[in-house]
Design a protein. Structure first.
Length: 178
């Protein structure tokens, strides 16, 4: 994976350092959640087939983990690498300045869509928390605990795509000045 930060740029300020720490913490949380899910499912299988005592909460908790992992990890992936699918069949035939322009437009469009989804998920989180909505299942939990990660994930990803768009605009200007 290639890191997208330009090594020749100025050192990051304190806000950017905090941002990076939060993104890295979210990525570590994804890893820990996946390891926990692996051990929980393995423990459930062993308990079920060798002792006829399944662990009741394993299925629901692993379902929640499967919701948390992509939303906690997607902003980190956009930050660390070109973590999105890119079809460059047309782009390889364009001038570098034009490629940066297209990349910036795409990045800003994705940022806008993620921001809208993050806003909607945030509003839904607040609504569900205010109304006390719970999940269905053996062990119900407040539903906002599941929806809030969607709001966080989309909002952080919107910021990362906006940052990527700004980087492409700057790269385009540098190429035009050269």
């Amino acid at each position: 994976m290639t890191h997208t930060t330009d090594p020749t740029s100025a050192p990051p300020g304190p806000l950017l350092r905090i941002w990076q720490i939060v993104l890295n913490a979210m990525a570590v949380a994804v890893g820990l959640l996946l390891v926990f899910a692996m051990f929980a499912v393995t423990g459930d299988v062993v308990a079920r087939y060798f002792f006829s005592k399944p662990i009741g909460w394993t299925l629901e908790v692993t379902e929640h983990i499967l919701l948390y992992t992509p939303f906690l990890g997607m902003a980190w992936l956009v930050n660390r690498a070109d973590g999105h699918v890119r079809i460059d069949v047309v782009l390889i035939h364009l001038r570098p300045q034009t490629v940066h322009l297209v990349d910036a437009i795409v990045a800003f469009a994705v940022a806008a869509m993620c921001a809208i989804a993050g806003w909607y998920a945030g509003a839904t989180t607040i609504d569900h928390a205010a109304r006390g909505v719970e999940t269905y299942g053996i062990y119900p939990i407040p539903k906002w605990l599941l929806i809030v990660v969607i709001a966080i994930g989309f909002t952080f990803t919107a910021v990362e795509f906006a940052r990527k768009g700004v980087k492409h605009i700057r790269a385009r200007r540098e190429l035009e000045q050269a």
